[in-house]
Design a protein around this ligand. Structure first.
Ligand SMILES: C[S@@+](CC[C@H](N)C(=O)[O-])C[C@H]1O[C@@H](n2cnc3c(N)ncnc32)[C@H](O)[C@@H]1O
Length: 272
């Protein structure tokens, strides 16, 4: 339960984030163009109910080489809207990130961090140094992606807690079948349902949700769909503008401008 004192502290932080943004936003959403670490440092200790995030790992692009090139090659060039700035996921950077996440999480609260296979192997173990790792969830995208060797159809999500957070149900599996977004407007845009599952498993309406690697704002839409407040950041101006337009439209008209969800199709595969 969030009392009036806590609610006014949340509103004050959101107002403060609005000051750094050129675009008008709903009063339960605070989105800012900022580096994840600087953004996290603005948030008081023991403040947020849940962190859900999908970091911009550089591991796969740095290490996975085919012939002389990297997997995404030209994608990383400045100004290419098919890709984004990567967070250099060295152990040092990632440790600072996890330390900040732990600090801002309320006691007995959860964090969900998405990982590709490369980053899971190189950085996943670090999460244990800061938080209690409870599960590795597999997001099964149902259809295979492009690629070499065994073609990837999944991503991982580490579910960890600060203290003793409990799930709201004992009947949730650790494989989630959710189709990827078709013709997405933002690179690596994730389905809102992935973030909604995290929230449905762990929090009730009115909670404060945080995502320091916002992208196109899928986690913000999931928070709105679940009656929660939301704070988030991205270094990209484009990502912030896209996310703010998206949350404004959702707040006014209940329309998600970046994802058309086929509820019937989802029901056929849904196990959550
Ligand atoms: C994998 S994408 C997130 C996609 C998002 N989950 C969605 O559904 O659209 C990662 C995002 O992190 C952002 N990013 C990269 N480095 C960052 C940093 N140091 N701080 C904050 N955001 C960063 C990128 O601009 C990119 O939008």
């Amino acid at each position: 339960m969030i009392n009036d004192k806590k609610l006014s502290k949340i509103r004050r932080l959101i107002k403060d984030l609005h000051k750094g943004s050129p675009h008008k936003q709903p009063n339960n959403i605070g989105i800012i163009q900022e580096d994840c670490i600087n953004f996290l440092k603005r948030i008081p200790d023991n403040f947020v109910d849940i962190i859900v995030t999908d970091p911009a790992y550089s591991g796969m692009n740095q290490k996975m080489k085919f012939g002389n090139g990297r997997i995404v090659g030209e994608y990383q060039k400045e100004g290419n809207c098919k890709w984004f700035t990567e967070f250099h996921d060295t152990k040092e950077n990632y440790s600072v990130f996890l330390e900040q996440c732990k600090r801002i999480l309320k006691k007995d609260s959860p964090i969900y961090i998405m990982f590709d296979s490369f980053s899971l192997l190189s950085l996943g173990n670090l999460v244990r140094d800061y938080l209690n790792v409870k599960n590795i969830i597999v997001w099964d995208k149902i259809n295979m992606g492009m690629g070499h060797n065994f073609r990837r159809r999944h991503e991982f999500i580490i579910y960890a807690t600060k203290g003793k957070s409990k799930l709201l149900s004992k009947g949730i599996p650790d494989v989630w079948q959710i189709k990827r977004v078709k013709n997405s407007k933002y690179p690596t845009q994730k389905p809102v349902k992935v973030f909604e599952n995290m929230m449905k498993a762990s929090i009730t309406p009115n909670a404060l949700v945080c995502d320091p690697f916002l992208g196109s704002g899928s986690s913000a839409i999931a928070a709105l769909r679940n009656g929660c407040s939301f704070i988030g950041a991205d270094v990209s101006k484009r990502a912030c503008k896209l996310s703010i337009d998206r949350v404004n439209e959702y707040t006014m008209n209940k329309v998600d401008i970046l994802e058309v969800r086929d509820e019937k199709e989802q029901k056929k595969v849904s196990n959550f």
